[in-house]
Design a protein around this ligand. Sequence first.
Ligand code: SF4
Length: 321
Amino acid sequence: MQATFNVYRKEPGPNSKPGRSTYSVEVAADATVMDALLKIRDEQDPALGFRGSCLRGYCGDCTVRVNGKAAFACTAKVAALAKKGPAEISVEPIRNMPVVKDLIQDWDAFLWNKIDATKPWLEPNGSTADGEQRIPDTVMAKVRKAMSCFYCGLCDEGCTVLPVDFNFLGPAALTKASRFTWDPRDHAVRERLQILERPKGMWDCVHCFEASEHCPREIAPTERIMEMRDEAFKYGITNEKVARHHLSFAASVKRSGWLDEGRLAIESEGLTNFKGLMKLLPTAVKAITRGKAPIPYLHHKREGSEKITRIIEKAEANKEK
Ligand code: SF4
């Protein structure tokens, strides 16, 4: 079959302007986009840059956007794309990733440097008497889940925070870090969670669940991030404002059945953070003078709040199981 490809092009260097090249190529009926790119490079344009490794959808090395959707070039079928999509099949780099050349993306900046920042190695906590560390399968289930990540970057491609803050660690690096959080052989869990708690870390995730939607291995990176936040609470790690906000919010609803906004603002800022609390003062004064906050501030329990408390207690008990 004959297919036309409209491919993103860019020469290396910060000053080069991106463009597009169009190629018409004859491919087999069961050809993939990778087959087509290889043929274009062999027969028409030896300078076309792209990546690929396993060619079987196992390694995640050839992630690109095809017709505006993230895909593996080695598994996306040309016939299906030509049938459903526009006359020209568009191929471009995935979002949120700097480009080195054409479809070759800068994985160091996008992923490896960020993974590196999460202390992604096991810190052994000693062996049993016979030198073995036998771990029950049930304990390893969570570790294995995170370990099945093959760093395709699709979760980062779908992330809604990275387009506005490229320095956010991102779901892929955080998923890697979660692997060590659950490994009972590791003794650096606290230290790692403290690293992840810093700005640009796990608290910058806005839990839009796009990362989980994008993951081809059903690792659910968003859920992995949320689990690590809960684990950080168990370690008493609440240095980040967002963490305190989260705790105060949940405690308020559990206590009174609704949100105590005044207390939320104060507890999020930190009771010992005098400078931060002073900054809140003008907003508090405005809220009080405009009738948005009662004087003196009395947050009463809402009717039926005991039912809400019971629901939250039940959910907490279930989570512990
Ligand atoms: S978590 Fe899923 S989407 Fe993200 S890099 Fe790993 S395999 Fe890819």
